[in-house]
Write a protein that binds this ligand. Structure first.
Ligand SMILES: Cc1cc2nc3c(=O)[nH]c(=O)nc-3n(C[C@H](O)[C@H](O)[C@H](O)COP(=O)(O)OP(=O)(O)OC[C@H]3O[C@@H](n4cnc5c(N)ncnc54)[C@H](O)[C@@H]3O)c2cc1C
Length: 501
């Protein structure tokens, strides 16, 4: 490995450390990318800068009761590290798994916690990124330079969640909590809790607090799809009974899950009405014929246009069936002293209101980027396969899948980046800039994602901030793991879309 060089900045006394690669974020993407870098290119120096006190990202930030994954850990976990627990995992289990990866691969010494990156500037003179961070404990500024910037900062702002602008919120006398900033001191016992929202967070939180509080109500504007199943994978259990080693169990179960997910995704497009019937049928079977499934659990959109939350062991629906939890489908007119007044005229009283209303999209970790002094407006760029951007040198970005586990893409992008870095070294070049080819110049530029294909609220609210998509596979994030896993390894690094210098 290169020896880290510390040089004195010419203009002042700040120490500037240099690394070949700088990874932003120690979430599941940053740790997975670092693992691949250390394994595939052990001669490169690198550092991971993380603004929080520890690793985990999403699984560290979210501390609400019941926090768990909604995809299975065989595919959300890394390809290289067998997952041996139940498929749906708690945040603590995921952090422990990541901790093992860090310890087993000597990654700890490469991570700088409490380093919030505020600015990254590219210089074409030096072919380097200069990264300015602030130590969150001492407020001390720290500066790094790097040849390559690997953006693993996730897609939402960790410091605050999204809360719609409701009328009269300040009139409410009880406590309002966003699940992203769950307070350690909140007492739920015997309290009436109103959870606004019906996505994965609400579906996780509600069953885990239903036994403690007096009653929990899920208030949704419109219904969402859920999938119900056992939190176990029969094939994994069978293979373990046969004493098949865990590496094999992991690989075989991954393949089975990916095969089934592919089939499910195709069915959602080919026969949406049938899939809809099956998903809703699972819920009706639990809640019984008298439950108003048509109002509360029948979405108007086709399955998979938004992420489908998996409900292990039907715990959300068991909570509703037992009467400890209930669902109201209506719109909020305004907040009142006691709770919320709905457009229907009904008032829902609560001691605590939980706003499970989602995220603030934040594509670049609130880092101000500039290229040779010109501020980078991400919306002016066109994405190269959802991982690089036109006009932005030496930068890769990990943005995972919606319909498959996020981490599957972390691995694919990592293999690509390691291949690209090797190619640059072989060519003896310092810089690579994705660039539209002559044949791409008249290509229609579209929104980052096709809203007809996938349209969750947090994406729709912020589409104008996102890079553009072209109408060719090279210039899109296809959201299709099954195609990309075959296409990415074959990307021709000498294609005219890569301009080296
Ligand atoms: C509650 C919840 C459950 C989810 N469940 C699943 C699931 O089951 N399956 C799935 O596929 N996806 C799931 N997702 C999506 C999930 O966010 C991703 O799958 C995944 O965890 C993202 O990992 P990441 O490392 O890319 O980003 P993150 O987990 O967001 O981590 C990014 C890290 O970068 C750091 N960072 C950001 N900006 C800066 C900066 N300027 N300076 C320094 N550090 C910075 C952050 O502090 C953070 O630690 C879930 C999301 C949430 C919120």
């Amino acid at each position: 490995m290169n020896v880290m060089t510390a040089v004195r900045a010419a203009s002042d006394t700040t120490t500037v450390e240099h690394f070949d690669v700088l990874i932003v974020g120690a979430g599941i993407s940053g740790i997975g990318s670092a693992y691949q870098l250390i394994k595939q290119l052990p001669d490169r120096s690198f550092v991971i800068l993380e603004s929080q006190d520890s690793f985990g990202g999403t699984w560290l930030t979210h501390r609400y009761p019941g926090i768990r994954s909604d995809s299975d850990l065989h595919t959300f976990g890394y390809s290289f590290k067998p997952w041996i627990g139940p498929p749906i995992a708690t945040a603590d289990e995921i952090k422990s798994y990541m901790g093992d990866v860090i310890a087993e691969n000597g990654l700890a010494g490469h991570i700088r916690y409490r380093h919030r990156i505020e600015r990254a500037s590219w210089s074409s003179e030096t072919n380097l990124w200069t990264i300015e961070a602030v130590r969150t404990d001492s407020q001390e500024p720290v500066t790094f330079t790097a040849n390559f910037l690997w953006m693993c900062q996730g897609y939402y702002r960790h410091s605050e969640g999204y809360t719609p602008d409701w009328k009269d919120v300040d009139k409410f006398k009880g406590r309002i909590v966003h699940p992203q900033l769950w307070p350690g001191d909140i007492e739920l016992k015997d309290k009436a809790v109103l959870v606004i929202g019906s996505g994965a967070t609400a579906a996780t939180l509600i069953p885990s607090i239903a036994d403690t509080c007096a009653h929990v109500t899920m208030l949704q504007r419109s219904p969402t799809y859920f999938r119900i199943g056992r939190n176990a994978i029969e094939l994994a259990e069978t293979l373990r009974q046969l004493q098949v080693k865990e590496e094999w169990v992991h690989e075989i179960v991954r393949r089975k899950i990916l095969f089934e997910q592919d089939a499910f995704t195709k069915r959602c497009l080919a026969e949406p009405e049938q899939v809809k019937k099956e998903l809703i049928g699972q819920i009706s079977a639990i809640l019984g014929p008298d439950y108003d499934v048509a109002t509360h659990f029948t979405p108007t959109y086709r399955p998979w246009r938004q992420r489908i939350a998996f409900v292990p062991d039907a715990d959300l629906f068991e909570g509703i069936k037992s009467g400890k939890a209930s669902v109201v489908t209506d719109e909020i007119d305004r907040f009142t002293e006691k709770g919320v007044l709905l457009k229907s005229g009904r008032e829902l009283a609560a001691d605590i209101i939980v706003t499970a209303t989602g995220f603030n999209l934040c594509m670049l970790g609130d880092i101000a980027l500039d290229i040779d002094g010109k501020p980078l407006d991400f919306a002016d760029t066109v994405t190269y396969r959802g991982m690089m951007f036109t006009g932005v040198p030496n930068m890769a970005w990990v943005f995972g899948y919606f319909r498959a586990s996020w981490t599957l893409r972390t691995d694919l992008v990592a293999d690509f980046v390691c291949r690209l870095l090797t190619h640059m070294k072989t060519k003896g070049v310092q810089k690579v800039v994705p660039t539209l080819r002559p044949e791409d110049h008249n290509m229609p530029l579209l929104s980052w994602i096709d809203p007809d294909n996938f349209n969750p609220g947090y994406m729709m609210r912020n589409m104008h901030l996102l890079p553009k998509r072209g109408d060719k596979p090279d210039w899109q994030h296809s959201q299709d793991y099954w195609t990309e896993k075959d296409e990415f390894p074959k990307i021709d690094l000498d294609d005219a879309a890569f301009v080296y210098g």
